[in-house]
Design a protein around this ligand. Structure first.
Ligand code: GLU
Length: 376
């Protein structure tokens, strides 16, 4: 038992729900279960947590809607059929979320992402800002992979990866993977009766990875391998990840009451992990020189506004890492810039209120948002 692990007190939580939990074998949604989960989510939100849902199930639901129902041999769909099923099922799925969370006055918004959207810095910046805005407005984003336009084979388990990437991108502190098993076992418990449950993991050692290798799930669960990979990404980002049994009604409440699960504990903190990524691992593409006033503001932890910028060097795109220097060329900080170098040149030294007139579009107020800025 892991009585010391609680969901309450979390700041930002990603909850990932697999297809097998959301839909019956014939593709009908499990409405009562979903309603129970919605209550859990509403309670966690009332407790002060910002919540993002990564919901699978589009293909499972869509194949029924399109008459591509599972035959006795559970025929695998061709890629274009899966993509068509996802397109149809996603509408139904999003509607179900809206309806069920609506009962608790929780507004939802649909976000369809590709993995690249969470990995590529340029797209990352927009996806991150949009989701952050939704969270600020009290909305619960319901996220799925944009299967219809994905160019790779759609694999079950992709959403485990997506959930961890979203957690990383958003600086979540907790990622809950609701599964059809109550966590990780030393071997596949359906085959090895001596398999033991693992309650806590502090590092993805080769032994842990090997345990996952023996627990391949069916097509609805994604198996353990992708979950362990998700745990690795989450832990590196300072986010704890828990694999919990989603088959019970009120699964989050059960987890809170100490239900058996596997907790992957991170020794980092999300904010620090993201800042380390910006400061350490990215190669700067340009330099932004700022005046003394902006340098003082920066030292106080505020965003960098165009007004305080005196020079822009290098060629960079939106979202690229840049170095921020003072007039003497001393490095003060590094950050992800919200404008490309050409636009940054045009708005330097100007008030944020002038940006729209100068550029012809309404960009961000900040040259570098403080969340994307790390002091050197
Ligand atoms: N995106 C897929 C769907 O909604 C599921 C992928 C997964 O379960 O990992 O049907």
């Amino acid at each position: 038992m892991s009585a010391e692990h609680k969901l309450s007190g979390s700041n930002r939580v990603v909850v990932k729900i697999g297809s097998a939990l959301l839909a019956h074998d014939d593709g009908r949604l499990r409405a009562e279960w979903l309603d129970a989960l919605a209550r859990d989510i509403a309670e966690l939100r009332d407790d002060g947590a910002e919540i993002m849902i990564v919901s699978s199930g589009a293909i499972a639901v869509g194949r029924r809607l399109l008459g591509l129902a599972r035959g006795p041999r559970n025929r695998a769909l061709r890629l274009e059929e899966s993509q068509a099923a996802a397109a149809a099922g996603q509408v139904r799925l999003a509607h179900a979320w809206q309806e069920t969370l609506g009962r608790f006055d929780v507004p939802v918004a649909q976000i369809l992402l590709t993995i690249e959207d969470t990995e590529d810095r340029r797209r990352h910046l927009n996806a991150r800002n949009t989701i952050a805005t939704l969270l600020r407005l009290g909305v619960v984003p319901v996220i799925n992979e944009n299967d219809t336009v994905a160019t790779d084979e759609i694999r079950f388990g992709d959403n485990d990866r997506l959930a961890a990437r979203v957690a990383q991108m958003m600086g979540a502190d907790t990622c809950v993977i609701l599964s059809d098993i109550d966590g990780l076992y030393t071997a596949d418990p359906t085959k090895a009766p001596e398999a033991e449950h693992v309650a806590e993991v502090y590092a993805i050692t080769p032994e842990i990875a090997a345990m996952a290798g023996e627990t391949a799930g069916d097509d609805g669960s994604g198996g353990m391998i992708t979950k362990i990979e998700a745990a690795r990404v989450a832990m590196q980002s300072g986010c704890r990840l828990v694999i919990a049994d989603g088959r019970v009604t009120y699964p989050l409440a059960a987890l809170e009451d100490g239900a058996r699960a596997t907790w992957f504990v991170s020794n980092a903190e999300p904010h620090t992990a993201r800042k380390r990524w910006i400061a350490g691992t990215l190669k700067p593409e340009g330099t932004i020189t700022i005046d003394a006033g902006a340098a003082r503001a920066l030292a106080n932890g505020t965003s960098l506004l165009p007004a305080g910028v005196t020079a822009v060097e290098g060629r960079f795109e939106r979202g690229d890492p840049v170095v921020v220097c003072d007039a003497d060329g001393r490095e003060l900080a590094r950050g992800l810039v919200a404008y490309d170098s050409a636009d940054a040149q045009r708005i330097l030294g100007r008030q944020s209120s002038e940006i729209e007139t100068i550029l012809g579009y309404r960009g961000r107020e900040e040259m570098i948002h403080r969340d994307d800025l790390v002091e050197s």
